[in-house]
Design a protein around this ligand. Structure first.
Ligand SMILES: [Zn+2]
Length: 347
């Protein structure tokens, strides 16, 4: 097993010439709950990985990649003692996940996968006490890393959203569920979280549109935090016909009397806003707080007709009770998708 690691060392001298064109590690995050690390670089790479024992460390090398300074996160969890990222050699960035000395893992169950040539993740298997380890799990071992998937249009974002057109040449609709991950968005009555409401509604809208042969895609498919620029970049990169951002509103918890639907546009989205807004009012019980103009980032920076729908107030007694039910969210999704379809048909 050792020779495979000596070879890259032997070639080290040769890689110096390339280091001038090395890419950078632009994002990394270790997710404790999912036992997974995400790595994003600004150029295509093929990582190498190995598990070293005593204590168990997972070592991931990113060739032809630079990373300016050492970053480490200690006492990550009961099982993970430290995650550190550093420039290992002139042209290699090294990521080390070191387990607490009492625990180990099965190296053969470690998955290193490329969502695209510049977006990789490593899924760690279950941790277990070192004393329970089988003989074969006690050796250092290189991990097989398959080549990355090559998605069609790829936009840099930490969420593994892959565009998979339902029909080539059909209209493209980007649905943007607000917030996510560490950012819950508005939090209302009973701890009702905006991020959970909007991902559910947005996912259903996407499915309903795809059933109608519209190429609908989400800006996030899971509970991850994404900045605003990659949301816009996704829509621009796919040359979307329509961009629909979905949010829910909030005001002070002392104002449960404020409830209702608001739809925002900036310059180009007025007809889309009106069509979707009216479709929701027809199909769902919610009071009408109007169609409004606002300089929201996702509305200003998108070049296609774009709107932002505030489904209701999580702090409102009427809206919160409704938004908390699956039936209401289903009705909202149906009404929004019908509004988008009507808009695309020019009605
Ligand atoms: Zn929001």
């Amino acid at each position: 097993m050792r020779t495979s690691w000596l070879l890259p060392l032997a070639l080290f001298g040769l890689t110096w010439a390339e280091s001038a064109s090395a890419g950078q590690l632009t994002y990394w995050k270790f997710n404790v709950n999912q036992s997974r690390i995400d790595l994003v670089t600004n150029s295509a790479i093929q990582p190498r990985a190995k598990v070293v024992t005593n204590p168990t460390r997972l070592v991931i090398d990113l060739p032809n990649t630079t990373f300016r300074k050492l970053k480490s996160r200690r006492k990550v969890s009961k099982y993970v003692r430290e995650v550190r990222v550093a420039q290992h050699s002139r042209s290699t960035t090294r990521v080390v996940i070191e387990l607490n000395s009492k625990y180990t893992l099965s190296p053969r169950r470690v998955l290193v996968r490329g969502i695209s040539p510049n977006q990789w993740y490593v899924q760690l298997p279950k941790f277990f006490p070192v004393d329970d380890a089988e003989e074969t799990d006690r050796e250092s071992i290189a991990i097989r890393v398959p080549p990355p998937k090559i998605p069609k249009p790829s936009v840099s974002s930490p969420d593994p959203v892959v565009f998979d057109p339902v029909k080539t040449g059909a209209r493209v609709v980007v649905i943007d569920p607000g917030h996510g991950g560490a950012d819950p968005g508005a939090v209302g009555i009973g701890g009702l979280q905006e991020k959970r409401i909007v991902i559910d509604v947005a996912t259903q809208v996407m499915q309903l549109l795809r059933q109608q042969q519209i190429n609908a895609v989400l800006t996030r498919t899971s509970d991850v935090e994404i900045d605003l620029p990659p949301r816009v970049a996704k829509a621009e990169g796919l040359k979307a016909d329509v961009f629909v951002s979905i949010h829910s509103n909030a005001i002070s918890l002392s104002r449960p009397d404020i409830n209702g639907l608001e739809t925002y546009y900036y310059v180009t989205g007025y007809r889309l806003a009106r069509t979707v807004h009216n479709s929701i009012l027809q199909g769902v019980s919610v009071s009408d707080r109007g169609i409004r103009q606002a300089r929201f980032y996702v509305l200003r920076k998108t070049s296609m007709p774009a709107i932002l729908v505030e489904l209701g107030y999580v702090t409102g007694s009427t809206d919160a009770a409704r938004l908390g039910t699956a039936t209401h969210r289903q009705r909202l999704a149906k009404a929004i998708s019908q509004g988008i379809i009507r808009y695309l048909q020019g009605r």
